[in-house]
Design a protein around this ligand. Structure first.
Ligand code: ADP
Ligand code: ZN
Length: 518
């Protein structure tokens, strides 16, 4: 067999060219390096390990979590003439013997196995003497304790690192925020230069984020750009889903509801109507989305804060699969944020988990408040990058910004002078020079930063603080009581004093007590 990857791509797979960063990754691994590959679903990760396995001497070992998935892959590979097999526990003895013989004789190109099979006693020992071309760990996020798909067996795969230190290792996944990414590469000892993150941009989706003012009016204005088109409106609660659907029907829209509290038949009817009919507005909780395969979803609106940046990316990603211009709108309100914080606080999760959840929420707030291109912030979260896109709300209408250099210095020095242990409300009260029993008790009414922030109101300071957190200047102690301290980036800022532009907070909406913000 030839070892030219492009030739294999053409003859085995029947494709003319590599896509995205595939060629780069394939060359990197053929040269004997490790790789961490993060690409969205459908991005073409399989070729990234299959082709190097075919080009390098030895058998490629692929770890994959699902037996059904493995069976599909193996069948497709065999059809293409690749000698692939899956090792699983319910293999008849005869086949098992043949398989091991092929492995021993070196006539197998690719061996798939689930981690629990692989880690069963004896198996790794038998593989120890088999020349391996590479070890590919698919769905690598399963080894992350922060992921939603943690599988304890994945954790033990580092045994492979010890056993085959010189065999190239690949970790592949479609879902990984920064902490998950860090966990994967640390656990499998994959270096910084071995990361390949690509393909997250969905250039045909236009992103916009608005603070809730009058959400129904905001939604209506958005929908007016989408007359006779299909789309999804995501809400947080089942009740709101039904109320919003009913209200949209009153407004003349072909709106349907979808949530986990509906019985299965009713859900199916609505899902089918969404797929088949024209111009259906599906008002849904996040229960809706798995397995919908509608290429011409023209818009996705979140009328409540989504769960995380990852969830937002996935949910908005249901728009514009056909590549035509599509639109995503997110509305968020102070109530949403407070509610989400409370959910996290009051959950039974361990503290470390809560802290992680709070950080994810802060990252999401960073996206809502950014003065930067939304797409850049979104891609940056996944470790991917782009230049300012020209196709999001902040690019189209740069938000009003102000020189926040001095404000940031004031906040940071106030945090410093109060001992880096108080929360947001306290720090702001000191900046504003509030008369406050606690402040007096700690003697913070006599420090130099007391009352130096009277040029802004409390609301503005809160926004400034959030933006500084989003910038990574301030660390929030979420395990404790939310005490603020100055992070490394904040210290650097204080040393180098570069100009820092911040977004001007929108003016407080009038009469915005409770109802309007709901
Ligand atoms: P992932 O594992 O990232 O979800 P797959 O590896 O299953 O994605 O690839 C998704 C689809 O794209 C598959 O049908 C695959 O055959 C196809 N594909 C992958 N690479 C190429 C390419 N270079 N040219 C054309 N099609 C490709
Ligand atoms: Zn942009």
């Amino acid at each position: 067999m030839t070892t030219d990857p492009l030739h294999i791509l053409k003859t085995v797979y029947g494709y003319d060219a590599f896509r995205g960063r595939q060629a780069e990754i394939v060359d990197h691994v053929i040269a004997g390096n490790n790789a961490f590959v993060l690409m969205p679903t459908g991005g073409g990760k399989s070729l990234c390990y299959q082709i190097p396995a075919l080009c390098r001497p030895g058998m490629g070992l692929v770890v994959s979590p699902l037996i059904a998935l493995m069976a599909d892959q193996v069948a497709a590979l065999r059809q293409a003439g690749v000698r692939a097999a899956a090792l699983n526990s319910d293999l008849p003895p005869e086949e098992r013997r043949d398989l091991w013989r092929a492995i021993g004789e070196g006539t197998l190109d690719l061996l798939y196995a689930a981690p629990e099979t692989l880690l069963r006693s004896g198996i790794i020992d038998r593989l120890r003497n088999i020349p391996l071309s590479l070890i590919a760990i698919d769905e690598a996020h399963c080894l992350s304790q922060w992921g939603h798909d943690f599988r304890p067996h994945y954790r033990q795969l580092d045994a492979l690192v010890d056993l085959f230190p010189d065999t190239p290792r690949m970790a592949l996944t479609a879902t990984a925020d920064a902490p998950t990414r860090g966990e994967i590469v640390a656990h499998l000892q994959i270096g910084n230069d071995d990361s390949f993150i690509a393909g997250f941009d969905r250039p045909n989706i236009r992103y916009a984020v608005e603070e809730k003012d009058n959400p129904r009016r905001q939604l209506m204005r958005f929908l007016q750009n989408h007359e006779n088109e299909s789309g999804i409106v995501y809400c947080l609660s089942k009740r709101k889903t039904e109320e919003t659907a009913a209200w949209l029907q009153d407004q003349g829209y072909n709106a349907l509801a979808y949530h986990g509290g509906m019985d299965k038949a009713a859900r199916e009817v609505n899902q089918t109507r969404f797929q088949r009919e024209e111009a259906v507005v599906m008002v849904a909780t996040i229960a809706f989305g798995m397995g919908i395969d509608k290429p011409d979803v023209r818009f996705v609106a979140h009328i409540d804060l989504p769960g995380s940046i990852e969830a937002y990316y996935q949910e908005t990603g249901r728009a514009g699969r056909d590549g035509l211009p599509s639109e995503a709108l997110m509305l968020y309100g102070a109530d949403d944020i407070a509610l989400r914080r409370r959910f996290i606080d009051e959950s039974d999760a361990p503290d470390t988990r809560k802290r992680m959840e709070q950080q994810k929420l802060d990252a999401l707030l960073g996206l809502t408040e950014t003065a930067q291109c939304r797409r850049q912030v979104l891609l940056n979260y996944f470790g991917d990058a782009c230049s300012p896109c020209g196709n999001c709300d902040t690019c189209a209408n740069p938000p009003e910004r102000f020189d926040g250099t001095v404000a940031a210095q004031k906040v940071l020095s106030c945090i410093y002078r109060t001992g880096e242990r108080f929360g947001q409300a306290y720090v702001i009260a000191v900046l504003l020079g509030d008369e406050d029993e606690r402040i007096a008790r700690f003697g913070h009414d006599r420090i130099s930063t007391f009352g130096i922030g009277k040029e802004h109101d409390q609301r503005t300071w809160r926004s400034i603080l959030r933006q500084l957190i989003a910038h990574g200047f301030i660390h929030v102690d979420l395990a404790g009581h939310g005490g603020l301290s100055i992070a490394e980036a904040g210290r650097r800022f204080l040393r180098e004093k570069p100009v820092l532009m911040l977004r001007t907070p929108p003016p407080a909406a009038k009469g915005r007590k409770g109802r309007a913000a709901r």
